[in-house]
Design a protein around this ligand. Structure first.
Ligand code: ATP
Ligand code: MG
Length: 478
């Protein structure tokens, strides 16, 4: 046993066992080793964490192999010789090993020149003081916190500060600007003024960072407890203008004839926060972020009436595709969901009016399908009025819509409904090959059922189809 002295961070028994093994392996190889970075930070904060980062003065890959060996026979090690890093996966845990290093950067790239260094050199290259704290795994001071930049104080004060000069830190690796804002949003910390000013000055340099890394940090902001914190910082730093300029177009209020409209940027941020209180689903949060994205492009002033944004739902749907592609987000089901919610986000509101027919309810259920619950969450989040009486009334209206939808769904089962006559059947009955007529007939049948014009049965649909086919000069071939 290396030591049974208590550690400066709270660890589970399981974690202590692993750390002990790492310490023993490091001792065998005569390598001073330390826990560092996110694990130390998160343990002090009491956050859940699965990744351990270990730095050693010497060969990190050799240490990783030795540790893997002591953990069991077939514990795999993946390593990158060029970077001197290695990873050991053991049960739920991922342990990252690296040799302590010193980095020097050149202007045009975020890849530094790397040379071997001391623990202090390695702490210098860390992005924030709260991420530079280390816990010794050496026998002589096992478990002690090594905190040259007072990260502990900053954790207590909830501030984000760079160990070295901020402008240099952000210019060297501009991804750190996104990380600063992400931590501010995740941990609800404040970025010190000097560092924030440095981000504003270096914002342009984000262009040398790959979209994947930017998107990764952006999504972490979207998943934070109150995403508006990070989104507003992205705006105020000038980064939003570069990475997602369509969001910045939402900023501001225009006045004409004494009539203004709401600031759609801050409205959107509120909608994202609102939905985040009810769901951790990243894509529903994205739908909230983009629901009004086409408002600037569709904005018009109608004299005597006021501002309108006609068609911002449909155009918004198109913009979702473009933004997902630029952000390298998945273009399949996730994109389709966000697009659909943006396109449909005004529909439940129109159902809160009086005298709504069952067919209007059926139509929305059909169009939204299984995404109806997400859509209702979005619509409820979209209520950002400061007037409590209004908010209450709007929410009650949506409750009524929900109740009506439940009734209609129970009697008609429309959510996953398919019309009783398919395109294939139409082609077979009339001896047609695929083409517009088939589509038109299929749509006509579907619409007639959704409108309640005919019952939802095969017989009724068949009779309706024969009637309709006459106007296309079609007769059944059998
Ligand atoms: P999380 O795991 O929640 O994303 P983290 O701080 O652990 O947060 P990692 O990407 O796992 O982030 O990195 C581990 C550690 O490596 C960080 O705590 C920090 O010390 C250092 N680090 C990561 N990225 C950078 C960077 N771009 N510049 C400087 N140091 C970095
Ligand atoms: Mg980590």
């Amino acid at each position: 046993m290396i030591s049974n002295k208590p550690m400066d961070i709270p660890c589970s028994l399981q974690e202590r066992k692993i750390l002990e093994k790492i310490a023993l392996a490091a001792k065998d190889l005569h390598l001073p080793a330390y826990l560092i970075g996110g694990f130390v930070r998160d343990k002090i904060l009491g956050r859940r964490t699965k990744d351990m980062d270990v730095v050693c003065v010497g060969d990190g890959i050799a240490l990783a192999h030795k540790v893997a060996e002591s953990l069991g026979e077939k514990v795999p090690v993946s390593f990158f010789k060029t970077y001197g890093t290695a990873q050991v996966k053991w049960n739920e845990l991922e342990i990252e090993f690296v040799g302590a290093r010193k980095e020097s950067y050149r202007q045009e790239s975020r890849n530094p020149e790397v040379t071997e260094g001391t623990l202090q050199d390695d702490q210098n290259r860390r992005d924030f003081t709260i991420n530079a704290m280390a816990i010794s795994l050496r026998e002589e001071d096992y478990g002690s916190l090594l905190d040259p930049f007072n990260g502990m104080e900053d954790l207590e004060a909830k501030i984000i500060r760079t160990p070295l000069e901020p402008s240099q830190t952000f210019s060297d690796d501009p991804l750190r600007m996104m990380r600063a804002i992400r931590f501010a949003s995740q941990l609800q910390f404040t970025i010190v003024q000097e560092a924030f000013t440095a981000i504003q000055e270096n914002a342009e340099r984000i262009r040398i960072i790959s979209q994947e890394r930017i998107t990764d940090e952006f999504n972490k902001i979207m998943l934070s407890p109150k995403p508006s914190v990070g989104l507003d910082l992205l705006y105020k730093s000038g980064l939003m203008k570069i990475i997602l300029p369509q969001m910045v177009d939402l900023v501001g209020v225009e006045m004409l004839e004494g009539k203004g409209h709401k600031d759609n940027f801050y409205h959107t941020l509120q909608v994202v926060d609102n939905i985040s209180q009810n769901t951790r689903d990243l894509w529903l949060r994205w739908a909230a972020l983009l629901h009004d994205i086409a408002k600037p492009a569709t904005k018009k002033f109608e004299p005597g009436h006021g501002w309108t944004f006609h068609g911002h739902d449909a155009l918004g749907g198109k913009m979702v595709t473009r933004i997902f592609s630029k952000f390298k987000l998945p273009m399949g089901d996730k994109m389709r969901l966000v697009k659909k919610l943006v396109e449909l986000h005004l529909r439940p509101i129109s159902l809160t009016k009086e005298n709504i027919t069952d067919s209007a309810i059926r139509r929305l259920l059909f169009d939204a399908g299984d995404d109806i619950d997400g859509l209702m969450l979005l619509c409820e989040a979209d209520i950002t009025s400061k007037n409590k009486v209004k908010v209450k009334r709007y929410l009650e209206n949506f409750e009524l819509v929900r109740a009506r939808m439940k009734e209609v769904e129970e009697s008609d089962r429309i959510r996953n409904w398919q019309p009783p006559i398919t395109g294939e059947m139409i082609m077979e009955i009339f001896g047609l090959s695929p083409g517009r007529v088939v589509g038109d007939l299929k749509t006509a049948i579907r619409e007639a059922i959704l409108d309640g014009e005919i019952p939802n049965t095969y017989e009724a649909a068949y009779a309706f189809m024969l009637e309709k086919a006459k106007s296309f000069n079609l007769t059944p071939v059998k």
